[in-house]
Design a protein around this ligand. Structure first.
Ligand SMILES: C[S@@+](CC[C@H](N)C(=O)[O-])C[C@H]1O[C@@H](n2cnc3c(N)ncnc32)[C@H](O)[C@@H]1O
Length: 211
């Protein structure tokens, strides 16, 4: 976990550049397939949270805040982004200020397992985060505790050359966890009282959990 935090603190600027909002050399060597998954899960989150008007949203592992900002723009009543990387939160706060969304978006530096909000959130968004979580069952329990209506997760898909290549790349960075559909079925079936939907999107699975 400490390695993951250290990695994301050092990677914050380049990760933000993956969204293509900055002129950065990283943009030129981007893996187009990686960006396809990122784009698809972003669009699906916006589609499934629509209409978000007046809703409260928790953006777990918010990184540079792209989801938080868009949800606030789409009319969310309040969005809280949480991330244990100070660097990521710094970028997200700057972005919210530039977009005049400081009154809607707030950002917290914390581990989601430590976070104690006063109220549950209508929606919780967990995008690009399960890749780095060593105890997915505990994480899902935590998200259920924090959520009132629905939670949305992405899980990176195991198998294939690209997954293998990504595993290799992350050897020096931080632990990385990949999933098959069967593993996800097994994981979510432990939460019997909650309906779940698993959809394959490019290199990810997109999971909607109804609380
Ligand atoms: C790949 S980034 C995804 C950022 C954003 N959700 C997106 O898709 O644009 C993953 C983020 O999760 C954060 N993260 C991982 N585990 C976390 C935890 N236990 N608590 C808070 N943040 C965490 C990392 O610091 C990193 O910024």
């Amino acid at each position: 976990m400490q390695n993951t935090k250290i990695f994301f603190n050092s990677y914050a600027y380049d990760f933000n550049a993956l969204y293509g909002t900055q002129k950065n050399p990283v943009n030129f060597i981007l893996n187009p397939i990686l960006r396809k998954s990122m784009k698809l899960r972003f669009e699906k989150t916006m589609q499934y949270t629509h209409p978000v008007v007046g809703k409260t949203v928790l953006d777990v592992g918010c990184g540079p805040g792209h989801y938080s900002i868009r949800l606030a723009r789409n009319g969310a009543g309040a969005v809280t982004g949480i991330d244990f990387s100070e660097e990521m939160i710094g970028i997200a706060q700057k972005k919210a200020k530039e977009n005049n969304l400081n009154d809607i978006c707030s950002f917290v530096v914390n581990d989601v397992f430590e976070y104690q909000p006063e109220k549950k959130f209508d929606y919780t968004v967990v995008m690009g985060v399960m890749d780095y979580i060593d105890n997915p069952e505990d994480m899902i329990k935590r998200i259920i505790e924090l959520t009132r209506l629905k939670a949305f997760f992405s899980f990176p898909k195991a198998g294939g050359v690209l997954a293998w290549q990504r595993k290799l790349r992350y050897r020096e960075r931080c632990p990385l966890y990949l999933y098959t559909r069967n593993e996800l079925e097994e994981l979510f079936s432990k939460f019997k009282s909650h309906h779940y939907l698993i959809e394959k999107i490019s290199r990810d699975f997109f999971v909607t959990l109804t609380i």
